[in-house]
Design a protein around this ligand. Structure first.
Ligand code: ASP
Length: 344
C-alpha cells in the first residue's frame, strides 16, 4: 500500500496522520499518467430529475435542453482535455447551467413561499475529502463558486444565509441584485404551488424540483463532485434540502468515486444517498452502477423517495441512475458523448 493510500484510508477512518499532499503537482510523474485501462477523463452532468415526459416537452424545448447540456459538457470537457483538474471542470460545467434559466440553479432557481430565490450548493474534492457548501444564498451569482470558496478559503465546510453571502462577497465573488434570479416560468410555478397548497392538493412533481450537478475524473485519477440548486418550489422556513449536505447530495473520494444527486432532498438526506453509494461500492465491493441501483431503488426508492444520481469512479466507470420518469443528463469522455432526457 502506498503512503498516500495509507493516509487516505486513515483519513476515511477518522484517524489523523501527517501525509504529503495528494495534489497532482506533488505526485510522482508516473502517477500523473492515466493508466491505459482507464479513459483519460470522464465528465458526467445532470440538470435535474423528475416527471419529464416526452409528450410534455415540445421539440423546441427539448432541443434547448439538449443544447444547454451540451454547452455544459463543452465547458467542462475543454478543461479536462487540456489536462486540467476534475475540480475545475465540474465548476465550469455547473456554472454554465447556473447561468442558464432552463435549470433550477442560479438564474432560473425556483421561488420560496415568500417569493425569494434561496440557493444551495456544495462541492467535494476526492483527493483529500475537502468540501464546501453554502445554503440560502440570495445575491451571489454563482452559488457553486461560493461553495468552492468555502472549501478553499475558509476553515469551515458549511456556511449559510447572510454570513455565507458576506463571506462570498469578501472573496470577490460577483454579487447581483436578487432580481437577477427571477424568471417568469418559476414565478408562475410558485403561484400554482401556492394555489395547490391552499386547496390541499398535491403539487405536480414538475412544479417541485430540479438541480444541476457534475462529477468528473481527470487524467491524474482524481474525482470531484459539485451540485447547485434553488431547492424546491414553495419551500418554507429557510428549508435546506440535500444539496448542501455533504454525504447526502454530494460526495467524493478518490477510492470510491464522486456522486451528485437530484430529487426529493429530504429522502436523500435520510438515506445519505451520495455517501451510501460510495460505501456500498467500497465495503461490499460492488460496481458503481450496482451500488447506485441498490441505494436509489432498494433503499430510498422503496421508502418513497424519488430522484437520481450521476457518479464516476477512479477507473472511469460512470453511472446515471434515477427512479423518476426522466433526468436531464449527459456524459463525455475522449471517445464518446451522449445527452439524454427520458428513460430510453
Ligand atoms: N434535491 C433538491 C432539493 O431537495 C431538489 C432537486 O434536486 O430536485 O432541494
Amino acid at each position: 500500500m502506498s503512503l498516500k493510500m495509507f493516509c487516505f484510508l486513515m483519513a476515511l477512518a477518522g484517524i489523523f496522520v501527517t501525509c504529503d499532499s495528494p495534489h497532482p503537482e506533488h505526485m510522482d510523474m508516473d502517477e500523473q499518467q492515466a493508466p491505459a485501462s482507464r479513459p483519460e477523463y470522464v465528465l458526467v452532468i445532470h440538470g435535474g430529475a423528475g416527471v419529464i415526459l416526452r409528450e410534455d416537452l415540445s421539440d423546441s424545448l427539448e432541443a434547448e435542453y439538449r443544447a444547454a447540456l451540451n454547452a455544459a459538457l463543452d465547458a467542462g470537457e475543454k478543461i479536462l482535455k487540456e489536462g486540467g483538474l476534475a475540480l475545475d471542470a465540474i465548476v465550469a460545467a455547473v456554472q454554465t447551467m447556473e447561468d442558464n434559466p432552463l435549470f433550477n440553479a442560479g438564474r432560473g432557481a425556483v421561488f420560496t413561499h415568500d417569493g425569494k430565490n434561496e440557493m444551495d450548493a456544495s462541492i467535494m474534492d476526492g483527493r483529500d475529502l475537502n468540501a464546501g457548501s453554502v445554503g440560502g444564498l440570495t445575491n451571489i451569482k454563482s452559488p457553486i463558486a461560493a461553495a468552492r470558496a468555502v472549501m478553499e478559503k475558509s476553515e469551515h465546510v458549511f456556511l449559510t444565509g447572510r454570513g455565507a453571502e458576506q463571506f462570498a462577497a469578501e472573496q470577490g465573488l460577483e454579487v447581483v441584485d436578487p432580481s437577477y434570479f427571477y424568471t417568469e416560468r418559476r414565478w408562475k410555478s410558485l403561484q400554482q404551488a401556492i394555489e395547490a397548497e391552499k386547496k390541499q392538493e398535491a403539487m405536480t412533481p414538475e412544479m417541485k424540483h430540479g438541480t444541476v450537478g457534475a462529477v468528473a475524473l481527470d487524467k491524474f485519477g482524481n474525482v470531484a463532485a459539485a451540485t447547485s440548486t434553488g431547492g424546491m418550489t414553495n419551500k418554507h422556513y429557510n428549508r435546506f434540502g440535500d444539496v448542501p449536505v455533504i454525504g447526502a447530495g454530494t460526495y467524493a473520494n478518490n477510492l470510491a468515486g464522486a456522486i451528485s444527486c437530484t430529487g426529493h432532498g429530504e429522502f436523500f438526506i435520510r438515506y445519505t444517498v451520495a455517501h451510501d453509494i460510495a460505501a456500498v461500492k467500497m465495503y461490499q465491493h460492488k460496481s458503481l452502477e450496482e451500488a447506485a441501483h441498490e441505494v436509489i431503488f432498494d433503499k430510498m426508492g422503496i421508502a418513497g423517495g424519488e430522484g437520481g444520481i450521476i457518479a464516476v469512479d477512479p477507473q472511469g466507470n460512470f453511472a446515471m441512475v434515477f427512479n423518476s420518469p426522466g433526468m436531464y443528463r449527459g456524459y463525455t469522455k475522449p471517445d464518446k458523448r451522449e445527452v439524454k432526457i427520458f428513460k430510453d
